[in-house]
Design a protein around this ligand. Structure first.
Ligand SMILES: [Zn+2]
Length: 67
């Protein structure tokens, strides 16, 4: 049995290397904003969970409504 005692690192399935946090330019509704996301240092794959994407969109929508 192989159990990971700590939080398992996110791995790029294509390269089999650990993802590293990096600044990503995300775009939503024609606006771009920087986001810190796990990113593959080899192929540039960016991991965006559905949860995170939904949260981001909600925040952006709220910010737009405020202005
Ligand atoms: Zn990769």
């Amino acid at each position: 049995m192989t159990e990971t005692p700590t939080t398992p690192a996110m791995i790029c399935l294509a390269c089999d290397v650990a993802l590293e946090p990096g600044k990503i330019e995300a775009a939503y509704l024609g606006q771009t904003f920087p986001v810190d996301l796990p990113r593959c240092p080899k192929c540039g794959f960016v991991y965006v969970s559905e949860e995170l994407a939904a949260g981001r969109m909600l925040k952006v929508e709220q910010a737009l409504e405020d202005k």
